[in-house]
Design a binder for this molecule. Sequence first.
Ligand code: EPZ
Length: 419
Amino acid sequence: MDKLIVTGGEKLKGKVKVSGSKNAALPILMSSLLNGKTSVFNNVPDVWDVDTTLRLIRKIGGQAERKEDGSVVIDTEEVNHLEAPYELVKTMRASVLALGPLLARFNQAKVSLPGGCAIGDRPVDQHLKGMKELGAEIKIEHGYIKARAPRRLKGARIVFDVPTVGGTENVLMAAVLADGISVMQNCAREPEISDLANALNAMGAKISGIGTSELVIEGVSELNEVTYDVIPDRIVSGTLIVAAAITGGDVILEGVRTDHMTSTMDKLAEMGVLMEEVNGGLRIRRPGALIPTDITTGPYPGFPTDMQAQIMALMSVTDGQSVVNEKIFENRFMHVSELQRMGANIQLKGHAAFIKGVDKLSATKVMATDLRASACLVLAGLVAEGTTEISRIYHLDRGYERLGAQLRSLGANIERVSE
Ligand code: EPZ
């Protein structure tokens, strides 16, 4: 198992390009199961969760590979095995996104129930609720969701109890091939969902209301071949902005979609981070001292829970008290105890973390517990006194395309070694 060795103290300088969005790519790759033809996707990040998705598509009979030019080419004509097995789903919860497309195209699907997760309970009741509204019969047996539709799914009105990203994506993919009109209300509005809806429309689907909490879908009987470019990753962008800010560096990010990042950039600007659009990208500097602020995570366009750990690393070296309220996941403070081991002054009370900034973090051996927690520890290591060793970085590889190498290209003293 690899670990990252980070020696703090370097100010990051230079240019770096933001990779494609993991959380847009995963549902978009799954949507290729709907057309039974060839799909070509560009700007798909080279991360583990993408590899797992391609393996799943191959496992159920499709062809899926990444080409020399980085594009991903998928052909789902021969898909015939309608089961997403536990072995794959346990490594990546997003495998549950195979349910909607398989059910819509084949009127049946068997998908392992995603088990527990480090950051919270994460049920899929809303996914199943939507499938039932569209006419599917759902049984949970031996840890599997067994879904069957006696005939073609039928358009329906679906109101989500909570604005769920995965639930909205899964039900949307089922509704595009349903017979008639579907109206989905209280949908999540994340840019990744809009990207999926745009990719589906590029395949010939009829979706309107994209970007709002109400999606209207006129079902079609068939979808076409598609070539589609995935949006840049707003969470990777946010992580790299924090890396530049925490080191007091001067960095240009290429390929950022700032219109997807308003709440993140607003909070970072409040903390004294200067972000300017320049030709060729977004320039990040931090002219003065960092300023404490408070955040509460929420559904888009609220502050993303996927940036909570990274901004906490920044707050831990910001003079004064900042407060973080985590309102999406019940257990997303696993990084706090590791930051405390690095000398951060953080008190937890229920869903809230109270961070009193310290002058200096001190390096030590720490352990990554989930994807964003691992990014947080890398950021803390960039400014800690001494050398930090971060183990279990396989978590990082799930959603960051060679983050260590990117930071090294900006002057960070960071090395990947096998344990
Ligand atoms: C997506 O997860 C992202 N994953 C997560 O990113 C992200 O943290 C999350 O959305 C919130 O923004 C992908 O896109 C692959 P949800 P998802 O369904 O779809 C509750 C990362 O770091 N809920 O919007 O699983 C749920 O418990 C990952 O890249 C139900 O109650 O999130 C949670 O409290 C981590 N019933 C809330 O809704 C349901 O059926 C939001 O979950 C579904 C969800």
